[in-house]
Ligand binder design. Sequence first.
Ligand SMILES: Nc1ncnc2c1ncn2[C@@H]1O[C@H](COP(=O)(O)OP(=O)(O)OP(=O)(O)O)[C@@H](O)[C@H]1O
Ligand SMILES: [Mg+2]
Length: 397
Amino acid sequence: MSDKPLIVLVGAKETIVRIVKSVGVEVLLIDLPTEIDPAAIRLADKALAIDIVSIKFDDLFKMIASVSPRKPAGFIAVSDPWLLIVSHLNKAFGCLGASPETTLAMLNKDLMRKILDEIGIPSVPWQHVQKESDLVGFMTKYPGPIIIKPVDGRGSRNIYKVNSNIEAAKELWAKLVKLEETGWLAEVFLEGPEFSVETVTENGRHYVITVTDKHKNNNFVEIGHRIPSQLAEDLKKQIAESACAVLTSLKLNFGPAHTEVILTKQGPRVVETHNRVGGDRIGRLCEMVYGCHPIAWMAAKLANISPPKIYEKPDGGATIAFFTPTPGKVKLISGLEETKNIEGVEEIILSVKKGSVVKEVLSSNDRSGHVIAKGNNTQVSDAICSKAIKNIQIITE
Ligand SMILES: Nc1ncnc2c1ncn2[C@@H]1O[C@H](COP(=O)(O)OP(=O)(O)OP(=O)(O)O)[C@@H](O)[C@H]1O
Ligand SMILES: [Mg+2]
């Protein structure tokens, strides 16, 4: 064992292990036996494949002690299912981290809205929906489009827009009650373009890395992001401030956050926020343009090492775009090799191959892969990305 500080990564894949190791720490990877990534195990210094969901903390402490004599400098999770447990672990070990209360308020969309209303942060009219009459009552009070979504959803699954039609809403509700969700939330539909705000927080102070432009399909699934946003600076400032106000209201004291915001005519309104790096490789885009991956920042801070510098001004632009081929069975994929050589193309990941079945994109999991591009600015990175996406033909039948 080296004398490097120990960071425990929960539920992470190879890419994140690599980023954390790059700051000069030792990594202990913990994941479910059914989920643990073999490539991540190879890269990590130690790995424990255990059922972290049901294990007692005392037993977990003993297991961690059995693989490392050192007390962990901190625990990090990069995906929603692990955020709460990691917040409890950081608290139990006396490490820096968002509190369990903050984490829970970010994971539960009802709770977040309730707290924002109590504090008086501009939010959106909302209602917890337990039965049909709750939905009808909400739609009667707020005639106009609404969104119905799971209280603790992720990956944009089961997000429905209803356009003032109460009969259609009743029909939809009859279907929703059959789905395996823990609860439902109705919100007035926020009209406007959507962004995300990438931040890191230390001692309760939020540092805005960037505002990100977001592209969605008709089912509210993200199909592209670019950094930095092309919006006017004053509007970006408003969006960033609204995100930081929400982070303060939810008492985030430490770590990266990813906050989604819609810019309405009445001003920015937060859709949701999480105390983790943005998914969809947004951390990588931050690193490409601002010099530091938020996870590297976090790992370094936990380990009391100087983190990579976060540039104040962007160094170019970066874009990620997702493949959304026509649903069907993949017959042919072409253009991959020559597209890899296009200048500015940084990463191509295809999650389908010949014979795979492509579904309609109803959640993030239905996308077929992505391209990441870097350019001197976001117009250039956008253009490279579009060219790459067009070049790679995923033909379905
Ligand atoms: N009140 C609303 N008004 C308008 N659009 C909304 C509203 N709530 C959600 N949406 C749309 O649905 C998308 C998904 O909603 P939300 O972020 O709450 O769900 P999620 O499943 O946690 O998303 P993800 O994990 O993909 O970020 C939002 O990014 C936004 O485009
Ligand atoms: Mg979201």
